[in-house]
Design a protein. Sequence first.
Length: 273
Amino acid sequence: MNILANLLTQPAQPTIKQRKGIEIKSKREIEIMRQSSKIVATVLKEISEMVQPGMTTMDLDVYAEKRIREMGATPSFKGYHGFPASLCTSVNNEVVHGIPSRKKTIREGDVLKVDTGAFFQGFHGDSCITIAVGQVTPDAAKLIRIAEEALFKGIEQVKEGNCLLDLAGAIQDHVENNGFVVVEDFTGHGVGRNLHEEPSVFNMRTHQMPNVRLREGMTLAIEPIVNAGSKKTRILRDRWTAITIDRALSAQFEHTVLVTKTGYEILTDRTKL
């Protein structure tokens, strides 16, 4: 889940459990995050396998909440700053934070973003996938492919000693070299005791980005959002859903990633389930 640029310009306000600065996770905390992230990965894998035209986005949300709770966790998103659901379900030109609804039917050819988080024993996992519903257009298929590739281009830069700028540049270059644009209104973030922690993880080079050097034990939610047209977005009247201003398609992928001494570990890796 991203931080809404116009509503939540900073991570959640500090709580008793939240510490200032970037948290380095202990071995015990990392093991818990492996579990919370595995729950998220499991739910997203199951949703990707069950989605079909005719379902509603609320059908997916009901299923996700049920599965998260069955695995001993609670939905990270539900109630977060008033967000009403366990999933963000954003369709086609909806960029992020789409609210599940019984009135929103999934259709053949849709580009469906599904973002969710799970809170388990004091720690969050966070991940997002983009699903091609049935047969999508070649342009939509390319957008989805490039967005996922961009995520992994960024992840490949994660290792102790590298900087966030290395990650951001790799994402931006891959996206732009393939004819798409990176959305600048939303960023990735640290994740752990709180859903949103320091640092902000930008997906493009910007003077706003603190060029943080990565350290072993940091946990990051890396989440490039890629548009087929303009990079600009606007928020709908529900005060959550962001859409592309030109109605162009958008795709998003996200993983929770641990910085290790020699590289990285993808905590929300669905391929290992």
